[in-house]
Design a protein around this ligand. Sequence first.
Ligand SMILES: C=C(O[C@@H]1C=C(C(=O)O)C=C[C@H]1O)C(=O)O
Length: 291
Amino acid sequence: MNNGIDRPIKLGRISYTNAWPVFHHFDPDALQYRTEVHSDMPATLNRKLRAGEIDIAAVSSYAYGISSESYYLLPQLSVSSFGRVQSILLFLKSPLEKVIHGKIALTTTSATSVNLLKIIMEKFYGGKPIYEDAEPSLEKMLENADAALLIGDHAIRASWSNHGYRVLDLGEVWNLWTGQWMTYAVWAVHKDTARRYPEAIRGIYEGLLESKSMSARDMNPIIAKAMSQIGGTSEYWHNYFRNLCHDFGTEQKAGLQLYFRYARELGLMTNEIELLELPDSRVIDNLPNRR
Ligand SMILES: C=C(O[C@@H]1C=C(C(=O)O)C=C[C@H]1O)C(=O)O
C-alpha cells in the first residue's frame, strides 16, 4: 500500500487530550500513502521533528518559531485559547511577590508554555526568577521550588488534587495583559517532505481537518474517552474543550506573532517569523527546487 513512495510518512501526535479533537477520527490506515503515527509529549515531538526523525507533527508553537525556516504550517490547525486554558498552570507554593524573584520548576514536556511563563514573569510582572527543569510531578517539583509549571494532562490531574496551592492559568494571564489569543501548538511539516511527497502530505492534512470537523460536530466520544482514561466529569471536559480552539485564523496568528515579538524582546528567540503555510499540492508540484 505504498503507492509509489519509498518509505512511510512519520506523523507526530501530541498525547495530551488538548490535541485529541484533531487526531481522534484520523485513521492512518484509510490513507492512500503509508503513514506511521508516533505519539509523544510535545517536547519530544519538537526534538524529533527538528532532527528529521518524523516528517509532520503537532509541535509547540515556540518550537515552530525557532525553526520556522525549515517548516510549513498546516493551515487552519492549532491549539489556542482566548483566555483560560485550564491545562497550562503555575502552582504557587510561595506568594507571587516571592515567586517572581524565587525559583520555579518547569515541566520538561513543554516549550511554548515555559517561554510564555518567562514573558509573564519578566515582562509583565517585572521579576527575574531562577528556572529549573523538572519531571512533571507537582509535589516533587515543589520540594525545592517556590512554584511549578505543568501543562496538558499533568496540569489537569494536578488541578484536581487537593493541593491547596494558588494557581495561575497562563492563558488567562496572557489574555488579561494583551487582550489577545494565545496559540500553544501548531501543526508543522518539513518543507523537504512536503516537496517530495505532496500528495501524501495533502492526504494526511485532509484527514486531520476531517477529524477536527467531526469532533466539532460531536464531542461526546472524545469526552467519554477522556473520562475513562483520565477521570473527571462530563461537565469538566465539555467546558475544557469549549475553551480550546483548534482553528488558526487571523486572530490566533496575531496573538502568536505578539508572543514571538515578546520572546524576541527577551532574547528567547532571534528571527522575525513569517507564518508560511503549506501551499496547495499543485503549487508544490511546480516548485523549481522540487527534488
Ligand atoms: C493547551 C496545551 O497546549 C500545549 C502546550 C505546549 C507547550 O507548552 O509547548 C505544546 C503543545 C500543547 O500540548 C497544553 O498542553 O495544555
